[in-house]
Design a protein. Structure first.
Length: 175
């Protein structure tokens, strides 16, 4: 039995890439903006538009907590926008500021939870002491995830050095 092998006169370049890759930048940027809108709508009555609804903030620490966590969401929008625009260099530099902001958020989260416990307040129907466990657990988990992300970033940089964005196969941008 004979087997024929077709050899094209023009060699074809095989492209290995993820099929939906071109939509990733649009998806993640849109998702970040949707998250920003969700946070604004969710906290409009009690924080962003509190003066309109005559809902004064209970203490300065709650205001600082809200401002820092708002900056975190704005940082998310900025980071996804930089990657979408191909400015991964700015994305990486701003990541260090994000790490510092995360440390501030953990500190302010613990202080805001403790302030809520001292005032004896919590969501309707929950005891203040019972509710205190929830934000404290959140801060522990968040701090652990930020720590791991920072360590993996250091490990990645130590192993690979500064990676050229075009050097990664099948990727148009390194994240």
């Amino acid at each position: 039995m004979a087997t024929l092998v077709a050899r094209p006169s023009n060699p074809t370049k095989v492209s290995i890439g993820v099929p939906g890759r071109r939509y990733d930048h649009f998806f993640f940027s849109t998702l970040a903006v949707v998250m920003l809108a969700t946070v604004f709508v969710g906290f409009a009555h009690t924080y962003y538009l509190a003066g309109v609804f005559h809902a004064p903030l209970p203490s300065l620490i709650i205001h600082l907590h809200g401002a820092a966590f708002s900056c975190w969401i704005l940082l998310l929008v900025a980071q996804t926008s930089f990657v979408s625009a191909g400015r991964v260099d700015i994305h990486r530099k701003l990541g260090i500021a994000g790490f510092l902001l995360a440390g501030l958020m953990v500190t302010l989260g613990v202080l805001a939870a403790t302030d809520s416990l001292n005032r004896g307040t919590g969501p309707t129907g929950l005891d203040a002491q019972f509710f205190y466990v929830i934000p404290m657990t959140d801060m522990l988990v968040f701090a652990t995830l930020v720590f791991c992300a920072f360590r993996f970033r250091l490990l990645f940089t130590a192993l690979l050095g500064e990676v050229d964005d075009q050097a990664l196969p099948g990727r148009d941008q390194a994240i």
